[in-house]
Design a protein around this ligand. Structure first.
Ligand code: OVM
Length: 402
């Protein structure tokens, strides 16, 4: 690997943020990263890492200097062929980024998606009633955090019943593939052809149900807002970025409540806190932990000169727990204002689906708050390791019915 020689005085670290130990519990590594400096050169990957809120937010804002079109993973698309056709949103810069972004921003806007509330509320109540009828102990990742998004989101996009099984494993692989080519990527690569084919099939105009987000993306192509060639890739973005993220966002908020019972009481007293609770959980757990950018010029950050064409690694999860920005960052606390966190990113690429994520979360939390007086961990929890996601494999919980 060709290494940039970091400016004299730039702190250097030999740590591997993508090794199993750090993925299992990234907090000690992140605390060390923040303590080491505003920019730290990671020898192992020849990248410049940022773990403090100020620099992460500034890099996310300055899309002119920190581009996305060279990939938002470790792989540099200027030098390496991307493993799949790049995302027209995530892996693009203005001006190419703008038309696809405008189409999704309109479709997924806070007012446009209100029409989904009623049906999603009925789905949430039905799911919970069926689950609670079976007993008061269950595994919450499969039965709740995955079950709810998988029940409502693919329907809203308008994809057919078959093929849905590909959504979570494909997303898992995409998020692994932003990291280095380690064991996690090798494992996913075995199924990648099959999963990519299932995804492509779901983006086809002929299979998408009328009225869904998918069909509306194709209608944007009919209007000329985007090209017909762009439409299936924009549907792909929705299906890739919209499932694993919400599943792990919900798992994060369920876990946070299970280990902070006083916060659950607070939500029960004031269910209007559901949205705040979800954003606080996104800050606290940061389901998307990291993204990369690539420098478009020599740029100085925190006393370090980062050369043009270099990968930088932004630790969103670390920024969201930076004590320089947050009071008691390691506390899940519904009385704080979590807005301004970078768990959905920041700037022109900030999560375009965040209103959908908040709607899903607030609906399921509100339905839970009506039915459940307490929630606690009932057995050994297990993390799901992913190069980018902070995820759960298993959350056994015990609840008490209202
Ligand atoms: C996409 C995409 C994939 C993964 C994540 C993401 C968080 C977007 O294909 O556009 O945003």
């Amino acid at each position: 690997m060709t290494s940039a020689v970091p400016t004299l005085g730039t702190p250097v670290s030999d740590a591997d943020p993508f090794c199993d130990d750090v993925l299992e519990d990234p907090l000690p590594f992140q605390a060390e990263l923040r303590a080491t400096g505003p920019v730290v050169y990671l020898n192992k990957y020849d990248v410049f890492a940022m773990g403090r809120f100020e620099e992460v937010q500034a890099a996310l804002t300055d899309w002119q200097s920190f581009q996305s079109a060279a990939g938002v993973g470790l792989s540099n698309f200027r030098k390496e062929k991307p493993w799949r056709p790049p995302s027209l949103l995530l892996e693009a810069d203005p001006p190419h980024h703008d038309a696809p972004r405008a189409v999704l921003a309109k479709l997924l806007g806070p007012r446009e998606i209100r029409r989904l509330s009623e049906a999603w509320t009925a789905d949430a109540e039905d799911l919970l009633d069926q689950l609670l009828a079976k007993g008061t102990e269950f595994e919450a990742v499969t039965n709740l955090a995955s079950a709810f998004p998988l029940r409502v989101f693919p329907n809203a996009v308008g994809i057919p019943g078959n093929g849905r099984d590909a959504l979570l494993p494909y997303g898992d692989h995409v998020f692994n593939a932003f990291g280095p080519a380690n064991e996690l990527v090798a494992k996913g690569a075995q199924r990648v052809a099959e999963l990519s084919a299932s995804m492509a099939a779901m983006c086809d105009r002929n299979v998408l149900t009328p009225g869904g987000f998918g069909a509306q993306i194709w209608e944007a192509a009919d209007r000329g807002d985007i090209t017909p060639a762009q439409a299936p890739l924009i549907v792909r973005s929705l299906l890739t970025a919209g499932v694993d993220t919400t599943v792990n966002g919900l798992a994060a908020v369920l876990y946070a409540f299970a280990v902070n019972p006083a916060q659950w009481s607070r939500l029960r007293e004031n269910p209007a806190l559901a949205r705040t609770a979800f954003d606080e959980a996104v800050r606290f757990e940061s389901p998307v932990q990291t993204f990369f950018r690539t420098t478009t010029r020599d740029i100085e950050v925190g006393g370090t000169l980062i050369p043009e064409g270099h990968k930088i690694l932004m630790f969103l999860g670390s920024a969201n727990r930076d004590p320089r920005r947050w009071e008691n960052p390691d506390q899940f606390d519904l009385t704080r204002d979590p807005s301004g966190h970078v768990g959905f990113g920041f700037g022109i690429h900030q999560c375009v689906g965040q209103h959908i994520a908040r709607l899903e979360a607030s609906i399921i939390l509100t339905a839970m708050a009506k039915r459940i007086t307490s929630i606690e961990i009932a057995g050994p929890t297990r993390r799901h390791l992913n190069n980018t996601l902070r995820a759960w494999e298993s959350l056994p919980v015990r609840i008490r019915r209202a």
